[in-house]
Design a protein around this ligand. Structure first.
Ligand SMILES: *[C@@H]1O[C@H](CO)[C@@H](O)[C@H](O)[C@H]1NC(C)=O
Ligand SMILES: *[C@@H]1O[C@H](CO)[C@@H](O)[C@H](O)[C@H]1NC(C)=O
Ligand SMILES: *[C@@H]1O[C@H](CO)[C@@H](O)[C@H](O)[C@H]1NC(C)=O
Length: 485
């Protein structure tokens, strides 16, 4: 509960007026609603020390999440050089381009009958960027979880990704190529429960939707291939083995990619875990036990106690707000229905059709939230008005609203909240509003799409510290506060 810093106040006189108002009017619990976060600048800066994890009691199978580039990442410590923020943001744009190309292509027929103007644009875009089968989301997710694979079980730290479906790990003998990873590379020949999947099985043909590519066949073994927008890829045998999430959550015959040729921006992780909606995702493959229900909390760059939890043994917390998923387009992504955005308590005047036309997904692997151009420009100008007393700083990659706060110890920033279908208001943590590259360059952590047609993405910076519940079977998404720090 360390991050409920929201009830701090921007101005003490304002506070006194509000307090006296409440004390006169009501004997009920006094709760002062401020439209600002007042915070110490240090709470936005990355930490260099890892605070020990406090393991809470959660229902289901709970795995610890660490930020790949954060102080608690073991992968980080051995990495010669952690990527700079600029590099992370450049990778992020590659991911967004590939997601947008993928959704665009899938929506081609959907949009054709509706509007021939946007149709023309979409066709051109999809040709200009990536064809459908290569436009798979992904590659640069910042959060990792550790699972066990095989018998005896070997630990694998994987990037976890709600924007893709296929789970894969690098595999011996790395016929073509494996990148350097932190843990020993999984060796199927030393697992007694490993099986190759045959080319003729229905599981093999399921790869088309799960990976975006038709499966291949080698000596009657099914071969998968998955590419990501930034020319990262993994190719190898589609296989089955025992998956161990916790000692009591063990899945025989889990289908995953055993990668023999792997390259790209996966850091020192062993691969990737796909949490999309496709029948081959881990969510679908574990549905009999967990009912397609999972939740997570992404820690900030200072925090450490994030989690990815499958199942819902403890029942639904009453403090969660739920929004229905928007009708799904394609088999992977989780679409949400954004109705509006408030900055400093002020609802931005953005026509709801702007969000409706573009559509929005929630994605654990995209870093910076992308908004339709019209929405972003509106958000930016309102935010700049509230921040006008702070000196500006140069742009940071795709972030164009930065401040030099090196002369400040405390700052006051407007709260930002997302209004979602179902009367759900998601009030962002300060770390979900500003991204700092040191005190002299602290930036509004949002970016605009170049237009109003491309899909919006609710990214992982904005999701930090929120408890986010995916009730995939119930078609709804839940938000709570203080899921981690
Ligand atoms: C859409 O197509 C119809 C028929 O081809 C045409 O009459 C109309 O002007 C087009 N609309 C736009 C906005 O281009
Ligand atoms: C899986 O297929 C590969 C390539 O044909 C082969 O080398 C390996 O022995 C097979 N593994 C099993 C368990 O059948
Ligand atoms: C910080 O304060 C010093 C001393 O008043 C001033 O010279 C400098 O310009 C300030 N820097 C910024 C970024 O405001």
């Amino acid at each position: 509960m360390a991050t409920r810093t929201c009830l701090l106040f921007s101005s003490s006189s304002f506070l006194l007026i509000l307090l006296s108002f409440y004390l006169e009017k009501s004997h009920a619990t006094v709760e002062v609603e401020s439209h600002f976060h007042t915070l110490h600048l240090t709470s936005l800066l990355p930490s260099t020390s890892c605070t020990p994890t406090t393991k809470g009691k959660r229902g289901g199978a709970s795995l610890e999440i660490v930020n790949r580039h954060g102080p608690c990442s073991q992968l980080n410590q051995k990495e010669a050089k952690a990527p700079s923020l600029t590099e992370i943001l450049a990778h992020d744009q590659a991911r967004v381009d590939s997601i947008q190309a993928r959704v665009t292509t899938q929506n081609y027929d959907l949009f054709r009958k509706k509007d021939n103007t946007s149709n023309k644009k979409r066709v051109k875009d999809s040709k200009a960027s990536l064809p459908a089968q290569t436009g798979i989301a992904l590659g640069t997710g910042n959060y990792i979880v550790t699972i066990g694979m095989g018998t005896p079980k070997k630990d694998l730290s994987l990037i976890f990704d709600t924007g893709s479906d296929l789970t894969w790990t690098q595999c011996q003998p790395c016929v073509k190529s494996c990148y350097a990873q932190q843990q020993p590379i999984f060796d199927p020949s030393s697992s007694s429960t490993y099986y190759n999947i045959s080319c003729t099985s229905t599981a093999c043909s399921g790869l088309k939707s799960a990976s975006g590519n038709n499966p291949g066949c080698s000596s009657s073994n099914c071969v998968y291939g998955i590419q990501y927008g930034d020319s990262s890829f993994s190719v190898g045998f589609f296989a089955k083995d025992k998956l161990t999430l916790t000692p009591t959550d063990v899945f025989d015959g889990f289908m995953f990619g055993c990668g023999q040729n792997n390259k790209g921006l996966f850091g020192k992780t062993a691969g990737l875990i796909g949490l999309g909606r496709d029948p081959l995702s881990i969510v679908s493959q574990t549905a009999a036990k967990f009912g397609k229900y999972f939740s997570y909390c992404l820690p900030t760059r200072r925090g450490s106690n994030g989690h990815l939890t499958f199942g819902n043994n403890n029942g639904v917390k009453s403090t969660l707000q739920f929004t229905q998923f928007a009708p799904s387009q394609g088999t992977s992504f989780y679409f949400i229905d954004v109705l509006g955005i408030s900055v400093g308590g002020k609802a931005l005047s953005i026509s709801p059709t702007v969000f409706k036309n573009a559509g929005t997904i929630i994605d654990s692997g995209t870093v910076i939230t992308r908004l339709p151009s019209t929405a972003y420009i509106n958000l930016r100008s309102t935010f700049r008005q509230f921040m006008s007393k702070y000196p500006r700083a140069p742009d940071l990659s795709l972030l164009d609203t930065c401040y030099d706060l090196s002369n400040y110890t405390t700052i006051s920033i407007p709260k930002i909240s997302f209004n979602l279908n179902g009367n759900t208001n998601v009030n962002l943590d300060p770390n979900g509003i500003l991204l700092s590259n040191g005190a002299s360059q602290v930036c509004l952590a949002f970016a605009g799409n170049g237009d109003d047609d491309s899909i919006g993405i609710f990214g992982n910076i904005q999701q930090q510290t929120l408890e986010i519940v995916y009730d995939v079977a119930g078609e709804k998404l839940g938000f709570g506060y203080g899921g981690c720090s």
